[in-house]
Write a protein that binds this ligand. Structure first.
Ligand SMILES: Nc1ncnc2c1ncn2[C@@H]1O[C@H](COP(=O)(O)OP(=O)(O)OP(=O)(O)O)[C@@H](O)[C@H]1O
Length: 685
């Protein structure tokens, strides 16, 4: 039974087809979907701003948690304190230099009016002004020096946080595109981690506040004695505030919208030119079009009024000068100071907006960063410990499928349909069938990467959904087709099968021997210490191939590459078959080499796909020796080597099991298995 897609009002859900909640705009070749703001189920114009503030308030507990977490990181609080102290002192500097500027302009004005200069005061003020500039430079240096280790520690802390969040997800949840987007959002941007960007944003916001308060205070003190000073300063400051509010509106509107994009043009290369002419300017990149749209939105009556406001201080000054020619209510020096200060305000605010975009968005990102650890898994954990008696798994476990059917999420076709079979403890079962018939799916269901839609799977007579997931996976060892090798040494790659035995060289070698990998590993110059895809980059590889001279100088970096363990350009490449043997070795490391291994069931998904016939024969011979010790289930397209020795063969076709039995039984039956067997046998005759 498929669940229908419901339109919900739950926050965080988004259905682009819901016209009540989603508005659609065509932007060039793009479709822009935006969620309409809703309060009490009604569309009230202007409520989106309210929602922004509500979302900020919802994010605040997460921001507080983040700050607490950051201060808990080793030695981080000291760096934090230093950083904030430097930021605070830096924030006071503009006000200090403003004060000195005021004094300097005052000296100039006195010199013009009365032809006298207080030289000592001038010297004092000049030194102060220069000291401010030097201090600012030194504080910048200190701030950057502190920010490097601080940023690195935050990055490391949150890398672990995100790793744990990902690692606890089961496969169907992880594969869910919505979860993928959530994880992507929580990972931050190339400019830095969410935690670091938010911390910077908060400290810059604090610093901006300190700057505004301190500069306004100094300005007020300087202008106190001047009759029109406060009036002109207010007019100029209002200008900055308008600019800032205008900037904030634009930024919030553009950044916080949920967007679903569909690129409409799917073009064949041959038609590209004609189609490009047809779409014309509309074919621009999405952000280009958004920017263009925002640019046009900027020419408004308010923006024109703001420009007029900018001219107001000078006009007011000129009018007042005409009104009181004998004694102008504010000095020219002060007017200059007011305008300089407000310009700086404007710049500070603008930089703040530029750097951090919308505060609501950034705080929302912190929420996402913490919410990823709460994503609920689609495969619920069981409660029953397995096995009840550890000894029981040592000779294998029984596996039974009862009328199991399964469809992958988002598909209508059954991957397996009404599958039933039973494999006894210590038995060897081979599932054979064509590509896409459902073999791997059976193996994936046994380890509960997915749960069946119908039917049940039993291990030692117990429904696997009732068993503790960790226990179930402990008892099963799987070798899937798409195994991964890590950028580590061969030894480490094998030892990953059982990290607690990583230091046991004998076990690693035994696993390699059983996997058929020992011989080729020994032949490698660095043997078990050979690195697979060593994570190094060649600093000199930017030179075109065959470059021997550069600017008249001979170029040979081979010595450097040798030192960096890069004797040639590529790292040690292993063949597909050798990679597969390593994967088998890792599986044996986990399940076979230790006597008290808790693994009772081995699952192999095409373990010999890349092996040559001799290697395949040897591997299967070794596996047959294990018969009776572990239950083994294989998936394979090949008939022969293994099927002849199987206790049970399942021949699966088009998601349904069509024949079951031993090799001899199926040959006698003379069905599809017998037909394909004779086809493959003929090919080798
Ligand atoms: N993650 C997935 N999402 C959607 N459909 C899938 C997924 N994995 C497999 N399928 C589909 O399920 C069916 C069974 O796939 P399965 O991998 O079990 O086949 P198989 O017999 O193991 O094939 P092969 O021999 O090529 O490995 C196929 O039709 C396949 O396209």
């Amino acid at each position: 039974m498929r669940r229908s897609r419901r339109v919900t009002s739950r926050s965080g859900t988004f259905n682009p087809e819901d016209v009540k909640r989603v508005s659609h705009t065509r932007l060039g070749v793009w479709d822009l979907y935006e969620e309409r703001a809703q309060v009490l189920g009604l569309r009230i114009p202007g409520t989106s701003r309210l929602e922004h503030y509500l979302s900020v308030s919802q994010s605040l507990p997460y921001v507080w948690k983040m700050l607490k977490d950051i201060s808990g990181i080793q030695n981080c609080w000291l760096l934090l304190l230093l950083y904030l102290t430097v930021e605070f002192i830096k924030a006071l500097l503009p006000a200090t230099s403003l004060w000195y500027s005021g004094q300097l302009l005052g000296i100039v004005q006195t010199a013009v009016e009365s032809r006298t200069v207080d030289k000592n005061f001038l010297l004092h003020v000049s030194i102060g002004r220069i000291a401010c500039a030097i201090t600012e430079r030194l504080l910048d240096y200190a701030k950057r020096s502190i920010s490097f280790p601080l940023q690195a520690r935050l990055k490391q802390h949150y890398a672990v946080h995100l790793f744990q969040a990902r690692a606890r997800l089961d496969l169907p949840t992880f594969e869910d595109p919505a979860v993928q987007r959530q994880l992507e959002d929580a990972s931050g941007t190339s400019r830095g981690s969410i935690a670091w960007t938010t911390f910077q944003m908060i400290s810059t916001a604090g610093s901006t506040a300190v700057q505004i308060v301190s500069q306004t205070t100094v300005l007020a003190r300087i202008l106190r004695e001047q009759q029109d000073g406060p009036l002109l300063a207010s007019i100029s400051l209002l200008q900055s505030v308008f600019d800032w509010l205008g900037g904030r509106r634009g930024s919030m509107g553009s950044n916080n919208k949920k967007r679903g994009l569909h690129q409409n043009a799917r073009l064949k290369t041959s038609e590209f030119k004609r189609a490009a002419q047809r779409v014309g300017d509309k074919a621009a990149d999405f952000w280009e079009i958004v920017r263009e749209q925002q640019f046009h939105e900027k020419l408004t009556l308010t923006s024109l009024l703001k420009d007029c406001w900018r001219e107001l201080p000078q006009i007011v000054f000129a009018l007042r000068a005409v009104q009181h020619p004998a004694h102008i209510p504010v000095s020219l020096a002060s007017l200059n100071l007011i305008q300089g200060t407000t310009q700086r305000f404007g710049f500070t605010m603008y930089r703040f907006m530029e750097q951090f975009g919308s505060i609501a968005d950034q705080l929302g990102n912190v929420r996402k960063l913490y919410e990823v650890v709460n994503i609920s898994n689609k495969i619920p954990d069981g409660t029953v410990p397995f096995p009840e008696v550890a000894q029981k798994v040592k000779t294998g476990v029984s596996v039974e499928f009862r009328n199991v059917s399964y469809r992958y999420p988002g598909t209508d076709e059954y991957a397996i349909r009404d599958v039933s079979f039973k494999v006894g403890p210590g038995e060897l079962c081979v599932i054979v069938g064509a590509n896409g018939s459902g073999k791997s799916t059976i193996l994936k269901l046994i380890v509960r990467l997915y749960d069946p839609e119908e039917g049940e799977i039993l291990i030692n007579g117990q429904d696997i959904r009732t068993l503790k997931l960790a226990d179930l996976r402990q008892a099963v060892s799987v070798l899937f087709q798409d195994y991964t090798h890590f950028p580590l040494s061969i030894r480490d790659n094998i030892a990953l099968g059982n990290p607690s035995e990583a230091a046991n060289d004998e076990h690693v070698r035994l696993a390699a021997r059983l996997g058929g990998a020992e011989e080729f590993i020994e032949r490698l110059p660095e043997g078990f210490d050979t690195y697979l895809n060593r994570p190094v980059s060649d600093y000199y590889s930017g030179l075109p191939e065959g470059t021997h001279k550069l600017f008249g100088r001979p170029v040979d970096y081979s010595a450097m590459r040798f030192v960096g363990n890069m004797s040639d350009k590529s790292t040690h490449g292993l063949s597909g078959g050798q990679m597969q043997r390593l994967a088998v070795a890792r599986m044996f490391m986990r399940s076979i080499v230790t006597e008290d291994s808790p693994v009772g069931l081995l699952l192999f998904d095409e373990p010999s796909a890349s092996l040559d016939p001799t290697a395949e024969h040897d591997l299967f011979a070794r596996l047959r020796d294990l018969r009776g010790n572990k239950t083994m289930i294989f998936s394979s397209h090949r008939f022969g080597n293994l099927t002849r020795h199987a206790d049970l063969i399942l021949y699966i076709n088009d998601s349904v099991i069509v024949e079951t039995g031993t090799h001899n039984e199926l040959l006698k039956h003379g069905g599809e298995y017998a037909r394909i067997w004779s086809l493959q046998a003929e090919a080798f005759l």
